[in-house]
Design a protein around this ligand. Structure first.
Ligand code: ZN
Ligand code: CU
Length: 484
């Protein structure tokens, strides 16, 4: 019998995304689906890929991104597909590009400016309009999108330092209803940020009311990831229970030198509550955080590297202590001279990062910021760093377990049916990698560097990354959540 496939990957070692041990096989793709897995040596194909020495895995699902605008302004998604990512979860940390039914303030309210400084991209008056734009001009990757609480606050409130009024809360709830009907997968918050910190727990519960009916999730950058992290976890779980939805704890970490070691405590607390309600979490694989430069963050870090400065750009890439020595003055004075600026803060215990990564239920998310001039290397390096540095290097987990944390587990938690597994009938989102060499290429000094050891990346049956560059194909789709 002489079968023919659109794409045939021969002699691969298959890591299927369930966590099961790898096995040998050929993979035949027709259209956007995996048609056959097995011994296909008699078959022919339009495109043949010899995968001797390589592992074939489900395309990675980035559980935490800020790619809302990148998909429209940089649709080849090079920072993502170069590391094997085929689907991104967007709209995190309370920040989504839509809906914006009225003019966005100028300058754009932080942290919404992480998506676009100019404000011009906040042009979608409804979530449906935004998703239509993604469908009309597809990106290389698939996406599943959250609607951001801070975006809703900016869209409906005049004073962000207050709790929302009854009328403002109702307006936000209506926008959530519209977004969920259009195809959003849930709501995100960034209660840590100034523009949302005044929101009481009840405001969040109220605006999340439509989620249960639509099968949505609640994702949160919690109010506090330091001294009060247990209090914030408690708040998060209450929101999940009262809104009757699964919660996702975004980029779980414990920050501040005086909290080093406390991941054991948070993971135990999370485990205890998992018996009573649906809880998921994601993590980026670095002991340093990245955001805007400010004095109150700098004092809690053991080391601060300035990534950019509007006023003194010559200091980009240098340590704050270094700059202080050169300029003279107190930390506060020097930060004042550098601001507006960005910084990388070493404020986590790597042993904590390892505990969280290793935790059974932890998904991998990059939390990359694609529009930073000198981005944190997690934008380009997160997934291969988990496989190379933490997996193969430190031996935290097997390749099979690491892949599960970036594929099968994530697809299940976000209800992405037919994704995250190498199985007959599943969508052909596939990554071919070299298990001996796969690793991050990006560093703090050279953050925009593609990963090592990612050979070929396929989205919905189309090659999007090969020979070290994007192919130009844009097969990405907008995915809906289909809870099990
Ligand atoms: Zn965040
Ligand atoms: Cu984030």
């Amino acid at each position: 019998m002489n079968e023919h496939y659109d794409v045939l990957i021969r002699n691969a070692s298959i890591v299927d995304g369930t966590g099961a041990a790898r096995y040998r096989g050929d993979v035949g793709v027709n259209g956007d689906r995996i048609a056959r897995i097995g011994d296909l040596h008699d078959a022919s194909a339009t495109t043949e890929i010899d995968a001797v020495g390589l592992v074939i895995t489900p395309g990675f699902i980035d559980a935490h991104t800020h790619d809302d605008r990148l998909m429209l302004s940089g649709g080849d998604m090079a920072p993502k597909v170069s590391q094997g990512i085929t689907t991104v979860i967007g709209g995190n940390c309370g920040i989504s590009l839509a809906p914006m039914p009225r003019a966005i303030p100028n300058p754009v309210t932080p942290p919404l400016n992480l998506l676009d400084e100019s404000g011009a991209w906040f042009r979608f008056t409804s979530f449906a309009e935004y998703l239509d734009a993604l469908r009309a001009q597809p990106a290389a990757t698939n996406c599943a999108m959250l609607v951001g609480h801070t975006t809703l606050r900016v869209a409906t409130m005049d004073d962000l330092t207050q709790a929302a009024s009854v009328a403002e809360t109702a307006a936000m709830r209506d926008l959530v209803e519209e977004a969920m009907t259009a195809g959003a997968i849930g709501v995100s918050t960034g209660l840590f940020y100034e523009s949302a910190i005044a929101a009481p727990t009840e405001e969040v519960i109220d605006i999340c009311e439509p989620l249960h009916r639509h099968g949505g999730v609640y994702c949160t950058h919690m109010r506090d990831e330091g001294d009060d992290v247990i209090k914030s976890l408690t708040e998060t779980f209450r929101i999940g229970r009262e809104a009757k939805v699964p919660v996702v704890i975004s980029h779980h970490k414990v920050v501040g030198v005086n909290n080093y070691g406390r991941a054991s405590e948070t993971l135990q607390f999370i485990t205890d509550h998992m018996e009573k309600q649906a809880i998921c979490l994601d993590c980026y694989p670095y002991p340093a955080a990245s955001t805007i430069l400010s004095a109150h963050r700098a004092v809690n870090a053991t080391r601060v590297t300035v990534t950019w400065s509007k006023t003194l750009p010559q200091f980009a890439g240098r340590d704050l202590t270094d700059i202080m020595a050169e300029l003279g003055g107190t930390m506060a004075e020097v930060i004042d001279r550098l601001t507006p600026a960005g910084a990388i803060y070493y404020m986590m215990d790597d042993a904590d990062v390892q505990r969280i990564l290793k935790f059974d239920q932890t998904m991998i998310g990059s939390d990359g910021l694609p529009h930073d001039d000198a981005p944190h290397p997690r934008l380009w390096g997160s997934f291969p760093r988990v496989l190379g540095h933490y997996g193969r290097g430190l031996g935290l987990f097997s390749l099979e377990t690491a892949i599960h944390k970036m594929t099968g587990l994530t697809a299940k938690n976000f209800g992405l049916t037919g994704r995250g597994l190498v199985q007959e009938g599943a969508y052909a989102d596939l990554t071919l990698l070299n298990p001996e060499t796969v690793n991050e290429g990006a560093t703090y000094i050279a953050p925009k560097t593609p990963a090592i050891g990612i050979d070929t990346v396929i989205v919905n049956g189309a090659v999007v990354w090969r020979y070290g560059k994007p192919s130009g194909a844009r097969p990405g789709r907008v995915l809906r959540r289909e809870p099990a």
